[in-house]
Design a protein around this ligand. Structure first.
Ligand code: ZN
Length: 446
C-alpha cells in the first residue's frame, strides 16, 4: 500500500454508519408508512394498538398502558375513543360524507351522534378549508366533548338544502392510553431518546413517516454495539409524552441527547429546531450534518410550541431534545389536510432523512477528545506513510489538512466535532483520521 492509498482509504462511511445504512432503506420506510397510513389513529383507542402491533413485527417494542383517569403530571389520561363508522346521508340514502372513504372525515374524539337535521343546522358541525376546496381538513377535540365532520368545501357547496341523516358510531369510555417503548442497551446507561407521535389518523408525512423511520432505525440498531443506550418512544402527542415522563421520573436524568421526529418524508427542509439550551451536543451534531449535506438547512431556535420537544424541554426536565423535520410543520399547504397522503412523501426523501439521523448518531457515538502523543512540532507523517502527495489531488490535500487539524487540536480540550467544525470538514472524515492516527500510535483517547 502506498502512502497515498492509506490516506485515501479514509472514506466517509465509518463502521457504525455502514452498519446502520443500507440500500433500499427509503423503500422499506415508505412501505411501512403506507401500511400505517389508512389506520384511524387518535390519542387513544384501537388505532394506536393496531399501529403498534404492526411496528412490533419489526421491533420488539413494549406496549405500555395507562388507565383512563390516571393523573400524569398536571394532566389526566382521557377516556378511550373508538369509532366504527360515520356518515352523512342525503334524502336518497346515499353517503355524501363517508368515514370509510377517509378517516379525516370525522373530527377526532367526536362524541356519538345519530340524528336527522336540516343542512343549515348540520353546517354548525362541519369543517372545511374554503381556500383549499378539494382538501379535507384534520380536526380534533380531545378535551372538549363535541362532534363534527370534516369535508371538502366543493362537496359541501354541492349539497342541496334539505334534511340529512347523520351518524357517528363512536364511543368514549374508560380504557387505556397506549404507547410503545423500546430500549437498545449500549455500553453506557446514558441514553439517547428518539420520539415520534402516533396520534394522527391517515396523514402520511405527519406522522406515518416518523413512526416508520424510527421503527426501522430501531430495528437496524438492534444488531449494533453502541456506546450509548437508545430509547425509542411511539406515543400520542402531548399526553403520551407527559404520561411517559410521569412514569419515568427517576429515569429522565439518563437522557443526555434526543430527537423528536415528524414530517420526515417530504422534499422540503431539512429543518432542525434546537433544544431550549440551544448549544447542546445534539444541536451541534444536527447542524453539522445538515450543513454538510445541504446548502441552506432551516435551523431554528427553540420555541415552546410544536411537537413533544415542548414536554422534554419543559423547565422541570430540560432534556436536550431537538426536533428534526423536512418541511417545518404548519408551513406547507398539505399540512393537516388530506393532501398529506402517500404521494406527498417519497422513498428518496425518507432515505435522506434516515441517513442524516444516522450521521448525527455517529457523532453522538464517536465524539470525544484525543491527545496528540507527539505534540512538539509536527510528527513526521511520511515516515508513518501518512503523508499524501499534495500535487494536484484536491481530495488528498483536504485529507492531509484534516489530519493536521486533528493533530493540532488534539490537546485533550477539543473534541472531534469541535475539530470538524473548525476545520470545516465532515465529522466522519475527522473521526476516521483519528482512528487511523490512534492505530499509528500518534493519538490516544483523552
Ligand atoms: Zn400534526
Amino acid at each position: 500500500m502506498s502512502d497515498l492509498t492509506e490516506l485515501e482509504a479514509i472514506g466517509m462511511a465509518a463502521s457504525l454508519v455502514e452498519q446502520l445504512d443500507a440500500p433500499g432503506i427509503g423503500d422499506e420506510i415508505y412501505a411501512l408508512a403506507a401500511e400505517l397510513y389508512p389506520i384511524c389513529r387518535s390519542i387513544t383507542g384501537p388505532g394506536v394498538r393496531e399501529t403498534l402491533a404492526i411496528l412490533q413485527r419489526s421491533v420488539p417494542l413494549e406496549v405500555r398502558e395507562v388507565p383512563t383517569g390516571a393523573p400524569v403530571l398536571d394532566w389526566t389520561v382521557p377516556k378511550e375513543w373508538s369509532i366504527r363508522d360515520a356518515y352523512i346521508k342525503n334524502a336518497a340514502g346515499e353517503r355524501v360524507v363517508d368515514f370509510r372513504e377517509h378517516a379525516l372525515h370525522v373530527m377526532s374524539y367526536s362524541t356519538p351522534v345519530r340524528a336527522t337535521m336540516p343542512l343549515q343546522e348540520l353546517k354548525k358541525h362541519i369543517f372545511t378549508l374554503p381556500d383549499q376546496p378539494d382538501l379535507i381538513p384534520y380536526r380534533t377535540s380531545y378535551y372538549n366533548e363535541n362532534w363534527a365532520f370534516c369535508m371538502r368545501q366543493r362537496a359541501l357547496d354541492a349539497l342541496p338544502d334539505g334534511a340529512y341523516e347523520v351518524l357517528i358510531d363512536s364511543e368514549l369510555k374508560d380504557g387505556v392510553l397506549n404507547y410503545g417503548e423500546y430500549v437498545h442497551v449500549g455500553e453506557s446507561s446514558d441514553e439517547v431518546l428518539f420520539s415520534a407521535h402516533i396520534c394522527h389518523p391517515q396523514l402520511a408525512n405527519d406522522n406515518c413517516s416518523g413512526l416508520a423511520l424510527l421503527t426501522l432505525l430501531a430495528a437496524r440498531l438492534k444488531g449494533v454495539k453502541t456506546r450509548h443506550s437508545y430509547r425509542f418512544l411511539w406515543a400520542p402527542g402531548t399526553i403520551g409524552a407527559i404520561a411517559w415522563l410521569a412514569a419515568n421520573e427517576t429515569n429522565t436524568s439518563r437522557i443526555k441527547h434526543g430527537l423528536v421526529l415528524s414530517c420526515v418524508g417530504d422534499a422540503g427542509g431539512p429543518t432542525y429546531k434546537r433544544t431550549r439550551r440551544g448549544d447542546a451536543l445534539i444541536d451541534r451534531a444536527m447542524t453539522h450534518v445538515l450543513s454538510a449535506a445541504t446548502a441552506a438547512p432551516n435551523i431554528i431556535d427553540f420555541f415552546p410550541y410544536g411537537y413533544d420537544e415542548r414536554q422534554y424541554n419543559s423547565p422541570g426536565y430540560l432534556l436536550d431534545v431537538g426536533l428534526f423535520q423536512r418541511s417545518q410543520f404548519a408551513t406547507f399547504p398539505e399540512y393537516h389536510t388530506s393532501a398529506d397522503n402517500m404521494d406527498f412523501i417519497r422513498p428518496e426523501h425518507l432515505a435522506k432523512s434516515y441517513s442524516w439521523i444516522v450521521g448525527a448518531i455517529d457523532i453522538l457515538e464517536r465524539d470525544r477528545a484525543y491527545l496528540n502523543l507527539a505534540p512538539k512540532g509536527e510528527p513526521q507523517l511520511g515516515r508513518r506513510r501518512l503523508y499524501a502527495a499534495i500535487g494536484g489531488d484536491k481530495d488528498s490535500y483536504a485529507k492531509s489538512l484534516a489530519m493536521l487539524w486533528v493533530l493540532n487540536l488534539s490537546d485533550g480540550g477539543h473534541t472531534l466535532l469541535q475539530i470538524a467544525e473548525r476545520a470545516n470538514t465532515p465529522f466522519a472524515t475527522i473521526a476516521a483520521i483519528a482512528d487511523l492516527l490512534e492505530e499509528k500510535g500518534l493519538l490516544a483517547k483523552a
